[in-house]
Design a protein around this ligand. Structure first.
Ligand code: NAD
Ligand code: USQ
Length: 382
């Protein structure tokens, strides 16, 4: 297949590009490198030493003999995006090219606007470009479980059968997102669904949970192929942060009571899920939605799992309940459906002590690179 990956230099995008390329697909990636720039601006960095994008491409060629075409530009540049899609003729466009951080979007008005402008505009450009020059292509878009929030009812996969005053309809599931970032994903979903309905496009919205893990089969082949691993308060996700904290003897930063509950998945399963969605497109004229996670945990569950694994490696780890910098329910019902990807053949990789130990061992290898001052939460929702 011909696969265009937007955001192909990112935590998930780079391993995904290698994953498809390694199977013989023709892969092109686009990235404006904003993720790398934000680290420079804030004095933070990835735990793993990531190679410049073009060095990654050369390393991949040397290791596998395969080519990944890299294009460095902003998806908000509509003329360039249109020209590339027209020239490359993708079967699938996988769109991961957005700013992915809830705390970053809550810093101030400028960061909220930067996040929403970047994300909403990039997706709008993609659907317009598809409408103009690639109406047969399949859009696989990374959304988030955080679009739904934590309602006091079961969460369905994208849509809800509603009966109202004696009539029924299947309507988009109600959304209660928890940050301006999560809201940007809701706006994207509405725009994509509209484009499918009006122009007959074909799209899959993957409402992904929180991703953890460092390695995929390809990142392990050569040090130059490592993907990024963030642990700072803005871009690091919970389990990844806890692993770094455990290794440097920092108390595990549980926000509030820690009973907040979310869907989680391993980075290798992210690749599996995106591949399943790509190889099995849905019908035209429809935005198909899958809830993309494999397990549900509370933050305290995760912190306890990391404590147990770290203590087996000889670390004396403790949990600290910090005043929650976010406005979110700390006690709530959470029961999201996630059968669609399982029905397509997803074989989940469950969180285990062994898996956490693998992450801890990699953190140990790069321990000298850790910048502890970026860890404590400094961004408040209030
Ligand atoms: P990331 O920041 O590592 O990767 C995103 C990449 O997109 C970066 O390399 C960035 O430079 C690029 N990018 C951003 N805006 C761009 C633009 N306008 N033009 C070109 N490139 C642009 O993030 P990630 O963790 O790999 O996330 C990928 C996608 O998955 C995002 O859409 C994110 O919202 C979603 N997601 C991530 C997680 C997670 O836990 N990591 C969970 C759910 C959903
Ligand atoms: N949390 C802590 N301590 C920490 C970090 C986080 O208690 O040190 C808590 C948060 O308060 C929250 C939960 O852990 O309740 C998850 O936070 P997170 O930072 O791991 O994840 P989140 O902000 O939700 O965002 C991440 C990705 C985002 C993606 C989202 C999926 O950064 O791109 O959209 O996970 S989901 O959570 O399903 O919306």
């Amino acid at each position: 297949m011909r696969i265009l990956i937007l955001g192909g230099d990112g935590y998930l995008g780079w391993p995904l590009a290698m994953h498809f390329s390694g199977q013989g697909d023709d892969v092109a990636i686009v990235d404006n490198l904003i993720r790398r720039q934000v680290h420079i601006e804030r004095g933070t960095d990835s735990l793993t030493p990531i190679s410049p994008l073009l060095d990654r491409i050369v390393a991949w060629r040397e290791v596998t003999g395969r080519e990944i075409a890299a294009h460095v530009f902003d998806v908000s540049d509509y003329a360039r995006l249109l020209a590339l899609i027209e020239e490359f003729v993708p079967d699938t466009i996988v769109h991961l090219g957005e700013i992915p951080s809830a705390p970053y979007s809550m810093i101030d008005r400028d960061h909220a606007w930067k996040t929403q402008r970047n994300n909403v505009e990039s997706t709008l450009n993609v659907i317009w470009a598809m409408h103009e020059v690639a109406p047969e292509a399949h859009l696989v878009k990374l959304g988030t479980m955080g679009e739904y929030g934590t309602p006091n009812i079961d969460i369905e996969e994208g849509y809800l059968e509603i009966e109202h005053n004696g009539r029924t309809d299947r309507l988009p599931f109600p959304k209660s997102p928890g940050s301006f970032y999560h809201l940007s994903k809701v706006h994207d979903s509405h725009n994509i669904q509209f484009a499918c309905r009006i122009w007959g496009l074909r799209a899959t919205d993957l409402n992904q949970g929180v991703v953890y893990g460092i390695h995929t089969d390809d990142t392990e082949r050569d040090e130059r192929l490592l993907t990024r691993f963030d642990y700072d308060e803005l871009f690091g996700t919970a389990l990844n942060r806890f692993c770094v904290e455990a290794v440097i003897g920092h108390p595990l930063t549980v926000y509030g009571k820690g009973h907040q509950t979310r869907g989680f998945l391993n980075i290798r399963d992210t690749l599996q899920c995106i591949e399943l969605a790509t190889r099995n497109p849905g019908p035209t004229g429809e935005m198909r939605v899958f809830n993309q996670f494999t397990q549900v945990f509370s933050v305290m569950d995760l912190a306890s799992e990391v404590c147990a694994a770290a203590s087996h490696l000889g670390y004396n780890t403790r949990i600290e309940h910090l005043e929650n910098p976010r406005v979110e329910l700390e006690e709530h019902y959470y029961n999201p459906t996630h059968t669609g990807l399982l029905e397509l053949g997803l074989k989940p990789r469950m969180l285990s002590e062994e898996l956490i130990e693998t992450v801890l061992h990699t953190v140990e290898r790069f321990k000298d690179r850790i910048r502890a001052r970026g860890i404590d939460p400094a961004t408040s929702w209030r």
